[in-house]
Ligand binder design. Structure first.
Ligand code: AHM
Ligand code: MG
Length: 330
């Protein structure tokens, strides 16, 4: 499947031809997400020209300051998904509770979980930010009202996952379980065009990505790893940390290396959220040949117990994740 004129919609349809069991309703759902992210991308590009920079004055359920663009992105996704009759439940980092768009049923069977604008503390300073999404299917045999029972599934059950990075260009990467595919938004035609199929994460890479300012708060094993990367034995490791998960992950996916957000004294369970940050990126990492762990368990095997659950996250090239684990296990 080559060609500079392949759009994401073309690509999904072509993939469905290869998987006759796939249904058109899934591409209809994904088109809701691509529409929303195109709108968000346009807003991010204009930020500063209109009154959408800055804080709303509110804090979200996690106690974080909500930026105006967070709210705008959240409502944009909710609106675009609201038109998709097959989306039953929506979960967002910005919402305390799940939104029941339609009572889960055989028709409204998908659950979409997302971080509408990750790295939003970077918005005002023009650093890359992103949207992360995860798609699950409602479970059979559960009374429709019990939305949490549908939502709290391990990441291994994701139907699809992806992210969009709003940066020098806007890029979307997604997986539906058969490789990771990457698209660049062509603003002149308003479409995501195929950039790379079956992206493979390098098996190793000499970049480590961590907020080293928290060093004294990290477990001893992580501190030992941070000592090791600077030794002659380790070789020429470099540190890159943007502080925007999507951007740090995107670089790690393409160039290899490892991203770490271990537990800290302040955040003993880690900072990042399992359902709509760690799990979707773990799905992508594994599909590209990489790995993701919380230091004890594969991220995709973790069974969430609450909506906004946090997790430590070590993600990236397989050899680099294994190396971290050789120094630290939860
Ligand atoms: P957010 O979802 O509120 O934007 O927080 C998540 C962000 C990630 O993008 C990033 O990896 C991390 O927080 C950075 O945290 P820190 O500033 O503690 O290094
Ligand atoms: Mg986030």
């Amino acid at each position: 499947m080559q060609g500079q004129l392949t759009t994401i919609e073309d690509h999904i349809i072509q993939c469905q031809h290869e998987h006759p069991t796939a249904t058109g309703e899934f591409s209809w759902l994904l088109s809701g997400i691509t529409l929303a992210t195109r709108i968000i991308s346009a807003q991010v590009r204009r930020a500063g020209l209109n009154d959408i920079l800055g804080e709303t004055g509110m804090t979200n359920v996690q106690g974080e300051i909500v930026q105006k663009l967070d709210t705008l992105a959240n409502e944009t996704i909710a609106t675009c998904l609201g038109y998709r009759e097959n989306v039953g439940i929506m979960v967002s980092e910005e919402d305390d509770e799940p939104r029941i768009l339609k009572e889960p049923s055989a028709k409204a069977k998908y659950i979409v979980l997302f971080d509408p604008l990750d790295g939003s503390s970077n918005i005002d300073v023009n650093v890359s930010i992103g949207t992360i999404f995860s798609i699950l299917q409602c479970r059979d045999g559960i009374a429709s009202g019990r939305s949490l029972d549908h939502i709290l599934q391990p990441g291994a059950r994701q139907i699809a996952a992806g992210y969009v990075i709003y940066s020098s260009s806007t890029v979307m990467a997604y997986t539906a379980g058969s490789g990771v595919h990457m698209f660049t938004l062509d603003p002149s035609i308003g479409a995501f065009r195929l950039q790379r199929e079956n992206v493979v994460m390098p098996k190793s890479g000499k970049t480590y990505s961590i907020n080293e300012a928290y060093r004294m708060q990290f477990p001893k094993g992580i501190q030992n790893y941070l000592d090791w990367v600077k030794t002659d034995e380790a070789g020429d490791y470099g540190l890159r940390y943007i502080g925007s998960l999507v951007a740090d992950f995107h670089r790690t996916l393409l160039h290899g290396g490892v991203f770490l957000y271990p537990p800290t004294k302040k955040a003993p369970h880690g900072k990042l959220r399992l359902l709509y940050e760690a799990s979707p990126l773990a799905f992508i990492a594994e599909q590209a040949g990489g790995a993701a762990t919380d230091g004890n368990k594969r991220i995709l095997d973790k069974v969430p117990t609450k909506l906004h659950e946090r997790t430590p996250l070590i993600i990236g090239s397989k050899a680099e994740v294994d190396r971290v684990l050789s120094f630290w296990k939860l």
